[in-house]
Design a protein around this ligand. Structure first.
Ligand SMILES: Cc1cc2nc3c(=O)[nH]c(=O)nc-3n(C[C@H](O)[C@H](O)[C@H](O)COP(=O)(O)OP(=O)(O)OC[C@H]3O[C@@H](n4cnc5c(N)ncnc54)[C@H](O)[C@@H]3O)c2cc1C
Length: 405
């Protein structure tokens, strides 16, 4: 049992890993969460804690210095940390999934070593896809990488890049053009901030929640990269983009897990409070109105957790299944918002106070129906998969930018 009635079905090793993460979460991570939010400072001390506890880069294969752990192992850690501090949970996502996993899957030995060493030393890589005019329609990106002699030259702007300004390693997606100006498709490049002239952090977004991690605008101005920086080659129209989306399924499972963890944290607070708080001479959990709220919260959590674990398990030996990752992210992100909102309601006026974590959780959890693919766009993914059809969204069917190979 896990506190809301779901069955975990975990191995001994996984139970021990989760217990370690829970201990860290309930101790030093929880103690700093409010301050991280208030000061909007990246929690480098928590990064050091995760590093010492062996929770950074767990999914990196052992031959590159990691532990070769599964997606589910990472999920258990992220879930536990996020219940106390969602920013720390996100750091665990991005040092185990997303950009790092894309490099470990598609990179050269040299690139894998570079990325693994940086992550294991405490760097949270940034993944740069979204642009001011290309959000849900990532294929509409205009950042370009021109082949010039034995160099790529990148120009363009990305925004809402998580970790911009604190991350050193960047995985940047751009449209690749040959010397004659012909488009080759979308490629992914590695660049290191402060070692790559032309990579400039130009703005930090003032965000509603998750304030301990900067969301930044990054400009690339005549940024030169050697051919060895190309991790995901375009390999013909849409191939690079397909690889990107494949790797991104791990990030989606990770994002769903942070939302799940936040909601679990809020639920546990509400459960305890419902016993402690008395009105009309009885604990408030003796009122059916509250009982049903708590029951609904537990149902949402149990269902969300099942979807997240199932999606994580689907990725063993590769990346999580696209349909399962999308289903998990939609359901979990939407239901986590509801659970946190209900938990806050259980506290009455106290829930609205900044002295309790509920209002922070309500701000933090709101992000997960947006970042990493909106709930609407992911529903298109689910519909396409269950109908067995490509569901192009552009007016002409495929858009003017790149047609499928
Ligand atoms: C906190 C945060 C962190 C982020 N981190 C990163 C990051 O690290 N790297 C990165 O590259 N990006 C990042 N993003 C960007 C994120 O991936 C985009 O915000 C997301 O893809 C949506 O793009 P958009 O904001 O431009 O919305 P738009 O694409 O403009 O969408 C606006 C609305 O229209 C809807 N819509 C659009 N197209 C369709 C359609 N075909 N069918 C139905 N509805 C549709 C959307 O669902 C949404 O409700 C982050 C965003 C946030 C909020």
């Amino acid at each position: 049992m896990n506190g809301f009635g779901g069955m975990d079905d975990l191995t001994k090793d996984q139970l021990a890993l989760r217990a370690r993460a829970r201990e860290l979460a309930a101790g030093p991570v929880a103690a700093r969460a409010a301050e991280v939010d208030r000061t909007e400072q990246y929690p480098w001390d928590n990064v050091a804690l995760l590093k010492d506890a062996g929770l950074l880069g767990m999914t990196i294969p052992t031959r590159h210095g990691g532990q070769g752990r599964s997606w589910l192992d990472a999920v258990l850690v992220i879930e536990a940390l996020s219940a106390a501090c969602s920013v720390t949970g996100r750091i665990a996502v991005e040092t185990n999934m997303g950009a790092i996993s894309a490099v470990m899957a598609y990179g050269s030995e040299e690139q894998k070593k570079l990325a693994a060493d940086m992550v294991l030393a405490g760097d949270k890589p940034a993944i740069c896809i979204t642009e001011p005019e290309a959000g849900s329609d990532a294929s509409g990106m205009t950042t370009r990488a021109d082949r010039r002699g034995n160099r790529f030259v990148l120009n363009g702007r990305k925004h809402w890049i998580t970790g911009g300004g604190v991350s050193r390693l960047h995985l940047i997606f751009a449209k690749v053009f040959d010397e004659q100006g012909n488009e080759e498709g979308v490629g992914g490049f590695l660049a290191i901030r402060d070692e790559t002239p032309g990579l400039k952090i130009t703005k930090r977004e003032p965000t509603m929640g998750l304030r301990g991690i900067p969301e930044a605008v990054i400009d690339f101005e005549e940024m030169e990269l050697a051919p060895s920086a190309l991790v995901i080659p375009p390999r013909g129209l849409r191939k690079g983009f397909a690889d990107l989306m494949n790797a991104y399924n791990s990030q989606r499972v990770g994002a769903a897990t942070v939302a799940l963890g936040i909601a679990e944290g809020a639920y546990r607070l509400a459960l305890d409070w419902s016993e402690e708080r008395h009105q009309f001479g009885r604990p408030i959990n003796e009122f059916q109105g509250l009982q049903w709220k708590l029951a609904d919260m537990s149902i949402r959590l149990a269902a969300a957790q099942s979807l997240v674990y199932k999606a994580a398990r689907s990725g063993e030996g590769g990346f999580p299944d696209m349909l399962m990752a999308a289903q998990a992210k939609i359901f979990t992100s939407e239901n986590a918002i509801q659970v946190v909102n209900d938990a806050l309601q259980c506290f009455g006026a106290r829930g609205y106070s900044r002295e309790l974590p509920l209002e922070r959780m309500a701000r933090d959890v709101r992000m997960f129906t947006i970042g990493g693919g909106t709930a609407e766009v992911l529903r298109n993914v689910v519909a396409g998969a269950i109908l067995g059809k490509k569901l192009p969204q552009t007016r002409d069917g495929w858009g003017t930018r790149s047609k499928p190979a």
